[in-house]
Design a protein around this ligand. Structure first.
Ligand SMILES: [Zn+2]
Length: 325
């Protein structure tokens, strides 16, 4: 069963989370494989997308935010766009579009960044966002400050957290055809309400050392261990000498699970975005408009009457949020 486990280190401004996606992840892969047109993901793409899904859950676990966290990588290699979307209730979905053949064993730089044009965007799309209000978005290149391509998604996100959130973070991510998993440990903010007790931090230097020790332990986790072991067992192995406070794990109906937010209304909004001329052109060509959701594979069919009605309906829907098919 998929699960998310958050934890704290007693008395230290260090927090963490571990996620293990099993059924939630295999459902993403199964739906893609069932799509006759697109076909199953090549292993390197599945690995990247699984790591993105795990990272999305870990990042959402540490923000007080109602809405969708959307992790996107736009690339100039075989992967053109990869998207993982996680909601506050831990429902998630993910998809990738490919622009060419994917050689076996290919890593992140060759997969999405051979020309140096790859970008990673983190979007927070609030559930209560007012019409016209833009979602928050942070964008980072897939290279470090010196322009050297980062070898892994974990490295890209660590770089992002350090640079834009000022939070030293250690991430370990891994995914295969059965499991997508991740471990995050993070130095909490030095002052303010986010800190333990809410007071300015008195012994920051000592706590920096504590974080460095915990980060080293976290980084010693191998991909094979992360994929094979249950969260509780991993935490015990890594941090048995630390005073760990674990929250109740979120599993099952409360845990990370696959769900798609596509709907006929959202597809209608997308058609409105295309414009009436374009849609009439499609109708002339094939008599109807059929749109498949890339995340879940659901097909939405609009016959000529339905398709034109989209442009005459009085109750116009708000524009489609990012990442929604
Ligand atoms: Zn869908």
């Amino acid at each position: 069963m998929s699960e998310l486990q958050r934890f704290l280190f007693d008395g230290l401004p260090v927090r963490g989370a571990i996620v293990r996606l099993t059924d939630a992840w295999t459902e993403v892969l199964r739906r893609r494989a069932a799509n006759a047109e697109l076909g199953a993901y090549p292993p390197p793409v599945a690995e990247l997308l699984g790591e993105m899904a795990a990272a999305g859950v870990l990042m959402h676990a540490h923000i007080k935010f109602e809405g969708a966290l959307i992790l996107q990588i736009a690339g100039d290699g075989p992967v053109r766009l990869a998207v993982a979307q996680v909601h506050s209730d831990l429902t998630l979905r993910a998809t990738a579009s490919l622009g060419g053949p994917v050689p076996e064993g290919i890593g992140l730089p060759a997969l999405v960044n051979p020309g140096g044009g790859g970008r990673c965007a983190i979007t927070l799309d609030a559930a209560a966002r007012r019409p016209g209000q833009a979602p928050y978005q942070g964008v980072v290149p897939l290279a470090d400050d010196a322009g050297v391509p980062l070898p892994s998604l974990a490295g890209v996100l660590e770089h992002y957290m350090r640079r834009s959130e000022q939070l030293p973070t250690t991430l370990v991510l891994a995914a295969d055809a059965q499991v997508a998993a991740g471990l995050l440990v993070q130095r909490m903010p030095r002052t303010g309400a986010g800190n333990l007790g809410g007071a300015p931090e008195a012994d920051a230097a000592a706590h920096d050392e504590d974080y460095a020790r915990i980060a080293t332990l976290a980084a010693s986790l191998t991909r094979a261990e992360l994929l094979a072991l249950a969260p509780q067992e991993l935490l015990h192995r890594l941090f048995w000498q630390e005073k760990l406070l674990s929250f109740a794990p979120r599993r099952g109906a409360e845990g990370p699970r696959f769900a798609c937010t596509c709907s006929r209304e959202r597809v209608a909004a997308m058609l409105r975005g295309l414009g009436e001329d374009e849609v009439r052109g499609i109708l002339r060509e094939r008599g109807d408009v059929e749109v498949g959701c890339e995340y879940c594979g659901r097909q939405y069919r609009f016959d000529a009457v339905d398709a034109i009605h989209v442009f005459t309906a009085a109750d116009q829907q708000p524009p489609t949020p990012p990442g929604v098919q």
